[in-house]
Write a protein that binds this ligand. Structure first.
Ligand code: FAD
Length: 396
């Protein structure tokens, strides 16, 4: 005999908990199962322990998906302000860091505690350490799950098992397998919001600068992000690189403007007029981190007093500083990636309810779906919004 629920949610992360809360508030009997030892592990580790729980500037343009329109409906119906209202109701203090990114003042534990309190109030049952071994559809159109804690049945099943990033935190490809089992397409997955690795010349020339950080504009495939770059022991990271990594694939042309917002021709012309005897590396050391400027002049730019450069040489320097080609060899992979790009093809899902178009009663929400946000609170906003969309639709 299976214990029966109206809905079972696989995955007690951001999306699964939100979905369960909304469905529970509607009077449905909901069970959430998770194979990890505690709920919301990624929430706990997010935002450096302070959880960047939303972004007030969220728009569909902040997401990557094979169908950029898919996320519109859910995001429009559950906005950052809905989540902020919930956070305020629970008395959680927060602040805006930059560009609409909201963080807890104290700890991301407060967000998990808030979600658990809401689950309890809505009568949601949560089982951790619960591995799902098998899922089958029953004759009445419902679902039967065999788990490490026994068998459960429900008329609706929500897959909120997340992506592949940070396997040590409980990430698994389970949601993709389940999608395929029920006839859904799964688009190729890859690590997103992830540091890039360098090999060869670039790696040799930069690796001992690990820790050096500078503002850049990173450009790839027609997209650009202006923020900080951080040199690491294995390559490059920092918000500008994490952002552009979601748009980069091996072999793609990646360019960095090392002095974004600066008219480089004018700057070099000015130096040539006023600082004629100063060497390029000295002058660049005034506008870039000194060691980085020196390294540029050792390997990429000829260093000499400014008066000795002719016009084409100055032009070439401006071009290199404004459009530095950096050949990345790969990414750090799922081990350190914040998100997984690709996933369950949105073509098979309703954008208003997240329900499968093939299997009534089956839902996919959160990161397992082919919707991936930029860095800055957008991924949680998608988890809340898609979770809300499914939670409001379950059983109707
Ligand atoms: P998850 O939160 O990953 O939850 C999935 C759940 O399913 C997990 O609890 C997992 O244990 C469970 N599960 C998986 N497989 C199974 C299975 N077979 N059986 C049972 N349970 C299973 N986004 C932001 O917006 N802001 C941030 O500040 C931010 N910081 C981040 C920092 C880090 C280090 C990382 C890795 C990610 C960060 N993200 C951030 C991204 C964000 O955490 C995710 O996009 C979001 O958690 C996705 O929510 P989800 O509910 O879809 O999946």
């Amino acid at each position: 005999m299976s214990e029966r629920f109206d809905a079972i949610v696989i995955g007690a992360g951001a999306a699964g908990l939100m979905c369960a809360i909304v469905a529970g508030q509607r009077g449905l009997r909901v069970l959430v199962v998770d194979h990890a030892n505690k709920v919301g592990k990624k929430i706990l580790m997010s935002g450096g322990g302070r959880c960047n729980f939303t972004n007030t500037g969220t728009t569909p343009a902040n997401y990557l998906s094979a169908n950029p329109h898919f996320c519109k409906s859910a995001l429009a119906r559950y906005t950052p302000w809905h989540f902020i209202e919930l956070v305020e109701r629970h008395g959680i203090a927060y602040h805006e860091k930059e560009l609409g990114q909201l963080f807890c003042d104290e700890s991301s534990k407060q967000i998990v505690a808030m979600l658990l309190a809401e689950c309890e109030a809505a009568g949601v049952e949560i089982r951790t350490h619960c591995s799902v071994e098998d899922v089958q559809q029953t004759d009445d159109g419902g679902f039967r799950l065999r788990t490490s804690q026994g068998a459960f049945a429900a008329s609706s099943l929500v897959v909120a098992s997340g992506g592949l990033s940070i396997p040590s935190m409980g990430a698994s490809g389970f949601g993709y397998q389940l999608a395929k089992q029920f006839g859904h397409d799964v688009l190729p997955t890859r690590a997103g919001l992830v540091p890039l690795t360098l090999t060869g010349k670039h790696a040799e020339r930069l690796h001992d600068l690990a820790g050096v950080s500078l503002p850049v504009e990173a450009r790839c495939n027609g997209v650009s992000f202006r923020n900080f770059l951080l040199v690491t022991h294995r390559g490059i990271s920092g918000p500008a690189i994490l952002q552009i990594s979601s748009y980069w694939q091996p072999g793609d042309d990646l360019r960095l403007d090392l002095l974004p917002g600066t008219d480089l021709d004018a700057l070099l012309h000015d130096w040539q007029q006023r600082r004629r005897d100063a060497e390029l590396k000295t002058l660049l050391g005034e506008v870039l981190p000194k060691r980085f400027a020196q390294r540029l002049c050792e390997h990429w730019l000829a260093n000499k007093p400014l008066r000795q450069y002719n016009a084409p040489e100055l032009r070439a320097i401006a071009e290199l500083l404004g459009n530095w080609p950096l050949v990345a060899s790969g990414t750090e992979g799922y081990r350190t990636a914040e998100v997984t790009l690709g996933g369950v093809d949105t073509d098979g899902l309703s954008s208003s309810t997240m329900m499968s178009k093939r299997v009534p009663g089956l839902y996919f929400i959160g990161e397992v779906v082919d919707v991936t946000g930029w860095l800055g609170g957008y991924n949680f906003q998608w988890a809340w919004a898609s979770g809300q969309a499914a939670g409001a639709a379950l059983g109707s």
